[in-house]
Ligand binder design. Structure first.
Ligand SMILES: Cc1cc2nc3c(=O)[nH]c(=O)nc-3n(C[C@H](O)[C@H](O)[C@H](O)COP(=O)(O)O)c2cc1C
Length: 181
């Protein structure tokens, strides 16, 4: 088994949150310490008890939460790397615009690019091909963010095209290849 890593694992509002739980579970089973951050959007798709049960830690959701108010800066110091899975079109565009409307986007705004940040997009193909999303992806790539996927295929809403989240095994293979897990 690889050395235990400290992983910041964030989820955003996508129907693929259920799939992301598989990745979270695998990382924990492999002995990594995983701190979950869930956006308000993510919480519409997956319950906090599930995320807490899988990670074994309290899930962080709120920028202004008493006692955790400095997490939007301190989590970077704690973590070896960050993975956002699933990564919504909204958060891609919000990050690229430099907005800090919640805990996760403020974390990105306070990110100094020294540690890897992987993002696993999951969205409808029209959202993925939208020129604003494509511009934002290009901007984040240029900044050093590492996108894993998306895949082409049928997405949950029935459309077929690019935007489908990669399978857990494919994401793990990518992270192993990058030697972070
Ligand atoms: C049923 C449903 C499924 C959705 N699935 C996705 C998705 O897979 N990808 C995506 O980018 N947005 C999806 N959305 C839209 C996001 O949830 C919405 O843009 C939200 O504001 C994202 O918030 P967040 O990025 O702050 O988590 C979906 C919305 C609904 C109602």
């Amino acid at each position: 088994m690889s050395k235990s890593k400290k992983i910041l694992f964030s989820l955003t509002g996508s129907i693929a949150c259920f799939k992301a739980c598989g990745l979270l579970s695998e990382l924990v089973k492999k002995g990594h310490v995983v701190q979950v951050v869930a956006t308000h959007g993510a919480q519409q798709f997956i319950g906090l008890p599930t995320l807490e049960g899988l990670s074994g830690k309290k899930v962080l959701t709120d920028l202004y939460s008493a006692g955790d108010a400095m997490e939007h800066i301190d989590l970077h110091k704690w973590a070896d790397f960050h993975v956002t899975c699933p990564m919504s079109a909204h958060k891609i565009n919000e990050f690229a615009a430099g907005l800090g409307s919640d805990l996760l986007s403020t974390l990105f705004l306070s990110y100094n690019f020294e540690k890897p940040w992987f993002m696993v997009p999951a969205m409808n193909p029209h959202m993925y091909h939208h020129p604003i999303t494509q511009n934002s992806i290009a901007k984040l790539n240029e900044l050093g963010v590492q996108f894993i996927g998306p895949d082409s295929g049928q997405v949950a809403c029935g459309y077929t095209g690019l935007g489908r989240m990669l399978e857990v095994e494919q994401i793990l293979t990518y992270l192993k290849h990058k030697e972070v897990v």
